[in-house]
Design a protein around this ligand. Structure first.
Ligand code: TXA
Ligand code: MG
Length: 323
């Protein structure tokens, strides 16, 4: 995979946030943990470094990046204005798994936002990540650190599997504690609008700002163009089942859900989650580890699309190619 001349970089793995940050300050790429999934970072103000993120991931150029900040002062270097709803959400949810879409400051290179007039900003709630971001001394643009189209990485080993030889550094933290990405909220519209369901639930957003809306899929594709691309797919086929009995037992089949399938011992792998949060935490990891053990199909039990279940269903439907 990494013998390709385009991608023959030495990838340094380190548990030192300052060592990883030195790569960012040097205009190079470093992957790092957050509370949601691992990100693949570059200095937001270095367009050549940001372009390398797209090359390493084979990411479609129309899919904008989220920029990660260490403190609220950095938000002012990225956004030309901060709407009052954004201030309210920052007060309530920063640091945390929430990305705000704000009017883009002219300092921010166009490649970061795929040509859009807006910029996505978030402040992760993760100690090692915060040490890394502080040491970078610049906001860090970072999509999830997977090859484009694959499930997002929740361990540094998953980053290594996808990007070894393509990126300069991996900051080795433990497994991420949320397992699904941040919620993306557009704050440039009249009412705050959820463009991507994620770790902060719609119910929690509405408890703070009751006028929060959810954009229809067709509108999201217009306003966040990258969302139309294939996402989160393992090599195995993903099949959604409402009823666990509908999963077909086979030693090459995997199953994940809240309730067990009919003959659990006849499946190659089975993971029963204690609740929907545990399911959200486990999904991407289970998709990847099932691929690694050679499964050909992965059955996922559906959940109610409320609370974190909304984001979980979104990811499962995309992984199954239903969206
Ligand atoms: O939890 C997360 O959000 C992780 C960690 C690493 O922070 N990042 C992540 O990035 O999931 P990525 O690139 O895989 O997804 C970014 C999402 C995409 O759906 C993209 O379209 C949207 O955010 N986005 C970013 N900037 C945007 C903008 N200016 N306008 C609309 N959507 C934007
Ligand atoms: Mg991603």
């Amino acid at each position: 995979m990494c013998n390709n001349l385009m991608h023959n970089v030495d990838t340094v793995c380190t548990s030192s946030p300052s060592e990883a940050a030195a790569f960012i300050r040097d205009g190079r790429l470093a992957a790092f943990p957050t509370e949601t999934v691992y990100g693949l970072g570059a200095d937001v103000f270095d367009p050549n470094a940001v372009q390398r993120i797209f090359d390493a991931k084979e990411r479609p150029p129309d899919n904008p990046l989220i920029t990660h900040v260490a403190d609220t002062d950095q938000v002012h270097t990225l956004a030309r204005a901060i709407p009052s709803v954004a201030r309210t959400l920052m007060d309530r949810f920063f640091p945390g798994p929430l990305t705000l879409i704000l009017p883009r400051h002219s300092n921010v290179p166009e490649v970061v936002s795929a040509g859009l007039d807006t910029v996505g900003v978030r402040m992760p709630d993760h100690d090692l990540c915060q040490q890394f971001l502080s040491a970078c001394d610049t906001p860090v643009s970072a999509p999830s650190a997977n090859r484009s189209g694959r499930p997002s990485p929740t361990t540094w080993e998953a980053v290594y599997d996808d990007l070894n030889g393509r990126i300069d550094c991996i900051l080795q933290g433990g497994r991420t504690n949320r397992g699904l990405e941040s919620t993306v909220v557009d704050c440039t519209t009249e009412r705050p609008t959820v463009l991507r369901a994620g770790a902060i639930t719609l119910e929690a957003l509405r408890a703070t700002l009751p006028e929060t809306t959810v954009e229809a899929e067709s509108e999201v594709q217009a306003r966040s163009p990258g969302t139309r691309h294939r996402h989160y797919a393992p090599d195995a086929q993903v099949r959604l089942v409402d009823d666990p009995e509908d999963a077909t037992p086979d030693e090459q089949h995997a199953y994940i859900g809240l309730e067990p399938p009919a003959e659990p011992e006849a499946f190659g792998r089975v993971h029963i989650c204690s609740d929907v949060d545990a399911y959200a935490h486990a999904l991407f990891h289970f998709l990847r580890t099932s691929d690694a053990s050679g499964c050909t199909a992965i059955y996922c039990q559906t959940v109610e699309p409320r609370g974190i279940g909304r984001a979980l269903m979104d990811r499962m439907e995309r992984a199954a190619g239903l969206r």
